[in-house]
Write a protein that binds this ligand. Sequence first.
Ligand SMILES: Cc1cc2nc3c(=O)[nH]c(=O)nc-3n(C[C@H](O)[C@H](O)[C@H](O)COP(=O)(O)O)c2cc1C
Length: 332
Amino acid sequence: MAPEFLSWLTDGSTPLYLAPQAGVSESPFRRLCRRFGADVVVSEFVSAAGIVRNTERSHGYLRFDDAERPIGIQIFGADPSVMADAAALVAEVYAPDFIDINFGCPVKKVVKRNGGSGCLRDLDLVERIIRAVVAATPLPTTVKIRSGFDEATRDPVGIALRCQDAGARVLCLHARTRADMYGGHARWSEIRDVAAALEIPVIGNGDIACGEDARRMRDETGCAGVMIARGSHGDPWIFRRARAALDGDPMPSEPDVDERFAVCLEHARNAIAFENDSDRAIVDFRKHLGWYTKGLPDGRRLRTELFQSNTLEDVESMLERYRSEQGALASV
Ligand SMILES: Cc1cc2nc3c(=O)[nH]c(=O)nc-3n(C[C@H](O)[C@H](O)[C@H](O)COP(=O)(O)O)c2cc1C
């Protein structure tokens, strides 16, 4: 039987995806996003070479909780046989709902070794990687691409058709080239062109900053699903707003400060529980503290303090002090 997320992609319900994001779409955040309305989540990219070498670090990225399903594990690499071995191992040991291949990562270290968006310079290699992964696992193989490596190779429809021919079951397009990095705007017209050209479902990605953007992307491009990355930072609630916009329901209210802090602390506790090293976990968590407190009155001062926190107790007392100071100000 086809996994549920594949049927959602053809029945017009427009599932919302939490995007794969290194250092962000980890298990604790994926669980929160699922609770607030993400229909599908994807792990951060994991090195296929690291998986087959059984490095502790790579395997740490592969763990997930059943509450996160449907979940895809995203892998990257430039060697088709290593990618195939990694996909087979992930399917057998971790049994996610799908395997996603990263052809979008713009980071120099990855591109230099032809991984991520580096593959987009050699579409024969892209095809060989997809075919190898499809043959190695019974799980659906999905791919995430950019529109090209640079302006000269920009050809989202051509690249996407080759991915489909090679056996990809779903294709996600981040409508920028590698050379664009994160600059300018994602070209949603390219998502529309790819969605029109392909038989497989196309997920649109790029620049969803609010719930209404998700509806606009669906309506302007005809994409089968919408993927959100940066818009979810410090704001897992974006998924319930996006769902309301897609379904034409009343827009849920923004979370108040108490809810924001409660979810931030829950996220922090889970992040610490998930990591073996709690000191490192809280330092890694500082970016989320910055995001959860964005836009608050006197938020800059609070963030300066939070960026110096070394323990969960530090964070708890800083947030509590902020609440009582703001409460006192409000009652003057
Ligand atoms: C911090 C961060 C980490 C990312 N890591 C990955 C990754 O591991 N794999 C991937 O395919 N894309 C990765 N991306 C790209 C996002 O999945 C997404 O394509 C991009 O941010 C555009 O979507 P947005 O405009 O909603 O942010 C990352 C993006 C960010 C901001």
